[in-house]
Design a binder for this molecule. Structure first.
Ligand code: HEM
Length: 445
């Protein structure tokens, strides 16, 4: 049975649908003076916060949308003493970095290394000018009760690459359907309990303060991507099938097998040898697969999609038995690329000289079941989903410079390939995105 509808005008807009604009500014701040900040949270910030209801209708979507989230130290600064019941959130991301497989904090943006960030404003709009204007106007209204600590500007890639992350793959295809929210799930889109994403909703098993209901934990990660290096690795290590694949096709296939999808979004489980852009673009078909092929043995089950592929690691589908009541290790992803396109010089040198990557955002009611579980227990475990699989080629065990991964060659599933890292964690923080009523009724008073 469907749960009763959620109170969408009380849930911040980014959580269930993502703000989905061309440009997004992550504005990390600290609260300099809580006594001054609280009334301004009510009078200046609250009226600008974009709700889910507003986002759902293009006629009510503001030109520039705004969401706000707080870290544990931010809530503490506001005098909140209730515990939210999430130990990862309570400790902050910096003390969690080993669990995430990060190689220490040498590559971390210094502002993330610690607990000095109290919150983040997420501004999203069609243009950078709109965002600059909105941020400047909010800064003027807030005065010196808030200090800007760090900003990261995300932007959709240009032209035909819009919607694709920097390695070139279409992103934002597979997010869970949410019970009580998603009217008609797409084929292959499983339904999760609302409490998997939202605190205090059905399916959230942790005791929470009443005011935390309909909030969600926001995981932010700045993940730099070595794009020319990734492209060079594919050129140097093509899948070889003489008479079937050209060298270029073999390289493209290796990339597709690392992700589990072609650049168009077409899943390799359905298009094992060549990209199928029509399939990739068709939401009725591009998520409709399970990795299950009952006629195949364990040895041949990777002919289509490697066990280690990014999307198989982070959502193993039929590799795991079905979960009664809906899957719990699911997240809502709402990230956006950041940084410029690869320059001609970088492409010629096969070397990154300007940082670019993914401003990763995920929402979940439980960081230990959501983002951290996917990162640590699945992507980071070389023996998941079977012994000897190897870690996730995209995000697995970034502390290890030589990652040995099997299954990437469809002609010999036992063959291993040693991969350097193509992603560098620049760190991040764990936040809580409160409901509108929590802001007006608890945090701002
Ligand atoms: C799916 C890229 C980091 C979790 C995808 C897809 C791409 C992609 C291309 C397929 C499109 C889609 O299904 O929407 C990347 C890149 C990353 C990155 C380039 C780093 C720079 C992460 C991280 C996590 C994650 C850190 C979580 C720990 C997922 C999940 C899916 C996904 C859950 C959907 C799987 C499914 O439902 O089939 N990613 N990703 N990704 N990614 Fe990532």
């Amino acid at each position: 049975a469907r749960a009763a509808g959620l109170n969408l005008s009380d849930i911040q807009g980014d959580v269930l649908i993502g703000m989905k604009k061309n440009t997004e500014l992550f504005y990390f701040f600290s609260i300099a003076n809580a006594m001054d900040f609280k009334p301004k949270l009510a009078s200046e910030i609250f009226p600008l916060i974009t709700t889910t209801t507003q986002l759902l209708d293009v006629n009510t979507q503001p030109t520039t949308t705004l969401n706000i989230a707080f870290s544990q130290t931010g809530l503490t600064a506001l005098g909140v003493t209730d515990t939210l019941g999430d130990s990862a959130f309570a400790g902050g991301q910096f003390v969690d970095l080993e669990n995430l497989g990060d190689p220490g904090s040498a590559n971390w943006v210094p502002h993330f290394a610690g607990t000095g960030i109290h919150g983040v404003f997420l501004f999203a709009s069609d243009t950078e000018d709109n965002i600059d204007a909105a941020a400047a106007s909010l800064e003027a209204a807030l005065g010196d009760c808030v200090t800007k600590v760090y900003t990261l500007l995300g932007a959709a890639r240009p032209g035909m690459e819009a919607g694709h992350e920097h390695f070139g793959f279409l992103d934002g295809i597979s997010n869970p359907a949410v019970d009580g929210f998603t009217a008609s799930p797409m084929p292959g889109q499983s339904v999760v309990a609302a409490g998997t994403v939202l605190l205090g909703e059905s399916g959230d098993k942790v005791a929470r303060p009443a005011w935390a209901k309909d909030g969600s934990f926001l995981v932010f990660r700045q993940l730099a991507q070595l794009v020319p290096e990734f492209a060079k690795f594919l050129i140097d290590n093509p899948v070889v099938e003489p008479g079937v694949l050209t060298a270029q096709q073999g390289s493209d296939l290796l990339g597709a097998r690392m992700v589990g999808r072609w650049k168009s979004g077409a899943p390799v489980d359905l298009a094992p040898l060549f990209d199928d852009p029509e399939l990739g673009a068709d939401p009725a078909r591009n998520n409709d697969f399970t990795f299950s092929h009952p006629d195949e043995t364990l040895a041949t089950n990777q002919t289509r999609c490697p066990f280690s592929a990014h999307i198989r690691k982070t959502r193993p589908r039929a590799d795991l038995p079905p979960i009664v009541g809906g899957e719990v290790h699911r997240i809502m992803r709402a990230g956006i690329p950041y940084g410029p396109e690869v320059s001609d010089d970088e492409a010629a040198a096969n070397t990154t000289s300007t940082e670019r990557g993914l401003a990763f955002v995920s929402y979940q009611s439980n960081i230990g079941n959501g983002f951290r579980f996917l990162q640590q227990t699945w992507a980071g475990d070389a023996d998941f989903v079977h012994a000897g699989t190897g870690v996730d080629p995209i995000i697995g065990e970034l502390a290890c410079a030589q990652r040995v991964i099997s299954g990437l060659d469809p002609t010999d599933s036992t063959k291993t390939l040693t991969l350097p890292n193509f992603v560098i964690s620049r760190g991040g923080e764990y936040f809580f995105t409160p409901s509108l009523s929590a802001i007006s009724g608890t945090l701002a008073v």
